[in-house]
Write a protein that binds this ligand. Structure first.
Ligand code: ZN
Length: 341
């Protein structure tokens, strides 16, 4: 693995196993005897974002048993008790006066919010990852959310500039497909603010755009996938498995551009296609400020997708190393690029 030294630093080493552990490794990782005694650990550090990941191909997460997967698939297909499905929406609207159905999308204000202006938008489909209608589902939820953001932003003494969408697929409080949108005024969500400041520092040092240079590195390494004005690229320092960055210049405020929508749909379907169905994903989309704001000029619509495995089945993928040290990931960016191309 080689990466651009001006953005990333890389260290690769071979970790040897003592002879008495080789047999266990052979069985655990199902590798040939001659490969059981050592493994390659590659550590990559992004010098601008101060984020890093250790890649070890043997740290593949366990796949739950068929019975558990089938049970989860049934819950994804339909749930007569789901309060967000069409058959039960009337009862929900009676209980929650602030809930609305507009353009085929149910929306409500969550009781527990992460910002004062926080709204949840439910897809017309119960299935959180409907492979046959994925593009329509994403388009519907994001266009309903866009309309809300633009309406909320009007006529405020303290302008709501920062629009952010978080989407938990099978790793949130409800299985029914839904996204969470927030609008904030003083500063953006912390990780987005961090990216913006990194981009400013990078431009001051190199007179170049950070995202353009990351894309150029991905192109040079054969990792990038382009679709019109949008680009998708596996992160070289993924936060967890199969993280992909997607971006495109903004077209209009709070709008998910067409090319990005198409590439996002394609990327999610390709990632979901790997292994048993009903895997969980985290998706986030950060938008440039809704109003002209110093320092944010040219900031793109920026999306991150991460494969979370099966948290609903009690298979954890996040531990002390991820929280306080370095992310430990099995799939390297070339494996991910092979999946999404
Ligand atoms: Zn439902």
């Amino acid at each position: 693995m080689t990466v651009c030294p001006s953005i990333h630093t890389l260290v690769s080493s071979i970790a040897e196993l003592p002879p008495d552990l080789r047999q266990i490794a052979e069985r655990l990782y199902m590798v040939e005897h001659e490969h059981a005694g050592s493994s390659q650990i590659t550590r990559v550090f992004n010098r601008w974002l101060h984020e890093g990941t250790s890649f070890d191909a043997r740290r593949v997460r366990p796949v739950p048993g068929n019975e558990a997967i089938e049970r989860l698939q049934e819950q994804c297909e339909s749930d007569p008790e789901c309060e967000f499905c069409r058959s039960n929406i009337v009862r929900l609207l009676e209980r929650r006066p602030e809930a609305r159905v507009q353009d085929g999308c149910l929306s409500l204000t969550p009781i527990s919010r992460f910002a004062r202006h926080h709204r949840v938008f439910f897809s017309a489909e119960h299935h959180p990852l409907p492979t046959r209608s994925m593009r329509a589902v994403i388009e519907q939820m994001f266009s309903c959310s866009e309309r809300w953001a633009l309406e909320e932003q009007d006529d405020r003494q303290s302008p709501l500039r920062f629009y952010f969408v978080a989407w938990n697929i099978l790793c949130g409080s409800a299985i029914h497909g839904h996204i969470q949108a927030s609008l904030t005024s003083a500063f953006a969500q912390a990780s987005v603010e961090h990216l913006m400041r990194t981009r400013l520092d990078y431009a001051a040092r190199y007179a170049s755009d950070f995202f353009n240079d990351v894309a150029a590195v991905s192109d040079a390494l054969g990792l990038a996938v382009r679709g019109g004005q949008a680009i998708a690229m596996p992160s070289l320092t993924p936060v967890k498995e199969c993280e992909v960055w997607l971006l495109q210049p903004a077209v209009s405020p709070a709008n998910l551009p067409e090319d990005l929508l198409s590439l996002m749909t394609r990327t999610m379907l390709r990632l979901a296609d790997d292994g048993p169905a009903c895997k969980a994903f985290n998706v986030a989309v950060a938008f440039p400020p809704l109003l002209p704001t110093a320092g944010w000029e040219g900031f793109p619509v920026f999306c991150r997708i991460v494969d979370r495995g099966w948290p609903l089945l009690g298979v954890p993928d996040w531990g002390a190393m991820e929280m306080f040290g370095t992310r430990i990931v099995a799939n390297d960016p070339w494996h991910v690029a092979g999946q999404i191309k």
